[in-house]
Design a protein around this ligand. Structure first.
Ligand SMILES: [Mg+2]
Length: 185
């Protein structure tokens, strides 16, 4: 498909909206209103007790408080990793010495271009948080057992959080366990 038209209809400092048309070689055409977004970093911070840090804040579109992995938008020209380091410190006060990219995904590709990059952050040091003026963020550490219970019961409702935790449990925790088992046998 080739984008053949893009007309901006709204913009603010965070995203812009455009009416767009795309055309396939066989003449098939799609027309959509698209939200252009610079992308975000999502941080899965794990402490030495294998607990995960979640943040709780009021989400106006959802009309409710949600527990989520900390995350934030990329500044202009910023790489996902730089944004991850900055946002983790701003939202939670934690700084991590070890960073590893785990996955990237589109949370809602039907209408928004936002791409999220998920990072594992370990070897943590606590410090002071500096949230934005309109952010009020509560933080809490969750054990794996608690996360599993909340996933199963539907208490976690944020997509990046569900995807990130399931990815971590399946591909990080499982492989660490296998490594320990191999070393012990
Ligand atoms: Mg945020």
């Amino acid at each position: 498909m080739r984008v053949i038209a893009s007309r901006e209809v709204y913009s603010n400092p965070i995203f812009r909206v455009a009416e767009e048309r795309a055309l396939a070689p066989d003449g098939f055409e799609i027309r959509r209103d698209i939200v252009h977004h610079p992308g975000s970093a999502v941080m899965l911070a794990v402490d030495e007790k294998h607990r995960v840090l979640l943040v709780r804040q009021y989400r106006l579109p959802a009309r409710r408080y949600l527990w989520e992995l900390p995350a934030g938008r990329l500044d202009p020209g910023e790489t996902p990793l730089r944004a991850a380091r900055r946002e983790l410190a701003e939202e939670t006060g934690f700084r991590a010495r070890r960073w590893k990219k785990l996955a990237s995904f589109y949370p809602s590709p039907g209408y928004v271009s936002e791409k999220m990059t998920l990072f594992l952050a370990t070897d943590l040091a606590a410090g002071g948080a500096s949230p934005m003026e309109d952010e009020r963020i509560e933080t809490r550490w969750f054990t794996r057992r608690e996360l599993e219970a909340w996933l199963r019961s539907g208490k976690l409702q944020d997509a990046k959080t569900i995807a990130g935790i399931l990815y971590w449990m399946r591909f990080v925790v499982k492989s660490e366990e296998a490594k320990r088992e191999r070393a012990a046998s």
